[in-house]
Design a binder for this molecule. Sequence first.
Ligand SMILES: Nc1ncnc2c1ncn2[C@@H]1O[C@H](COP(=O)(O)OP(=O)(O)O)[C@@H](O)[C@H]1O
Ligand SMILES: [Mg+2]
Length: 215
Amino acid sequence: MITVIGNLKGGSGKSTVAFNLAVWLAVHGERVSAFDLDPQRTLTDVAEVRSDEGYTPLFSLHYGGADLVDELTSKSGEVIVDVGTADMEALKSALSVADRIVIPVPPSQADIWSTQRFLTVIDRVTTQKKPQICVFVNRADTHHSIRESDEAEEALGELDGVTLIHNRLHQRTAYRRSFSEGVGVFELVPWSKASKEFKSFAGILYPETREKKGK
Ligand SMILES: Nc1ncnc2c1ncn2[C@@H]1O[C@H](COP(=O)(O)OP(=O)(O)O)[C@@H](O)[C@H]1O
Ligand SMILES: [Mg+2]
């Protein structure tokens, strides 16, 4: 299945989610091909750190632009694609072949608006094949008295044609640390809150893989 992690805004957590999903799938024994179509190359950099530091399992990583889309569609196993807006052609090509588009949305009004804009881009580009579109709140506040994440989730729930994943990922230093070390957030401290919420999130996206035993 081709899962594209996308959003028009930078910093929403696309590469973080793409990396952690790729590692989680690999840990569960899936064949994973990750494609980094964002010229920022964050996913490529973090995959390199993982490999240099000797962590396993690894996943295959391909980087480039729209020309990679043919290769992407030829892969068996799970395909994870990280896309940004710096290469719009690559973004549109990836969206057009996606089985599923996963959109991380930070809890702010500006991010809700840009998500709405992104949905119109998706609609325009996906003329041949309509992918499933999943949205979820990333970088949610950990403090319960702050209501912004609830409000953001409510607004996302009102969008047409999208599946809202209620499993939020919160703003936690573990995500930043795991990224700089090249390990999945669930590998860093397996019993941490970040680990639990991410595994539960990944299991919602890949219910069949969840049933397999992780390493
Ligand atoms: N849930 C989170 N909690 C804390 N930091 C996060 C979270 N998600 C992303 N980040 C951090 O935010 C920054 C941008 O994330 P990144 O995944 O590179 O975003 P994008 O790929 O959408 O531009 C990175 O430093 C990353 O570690
Ligand atoms: Mg990125």
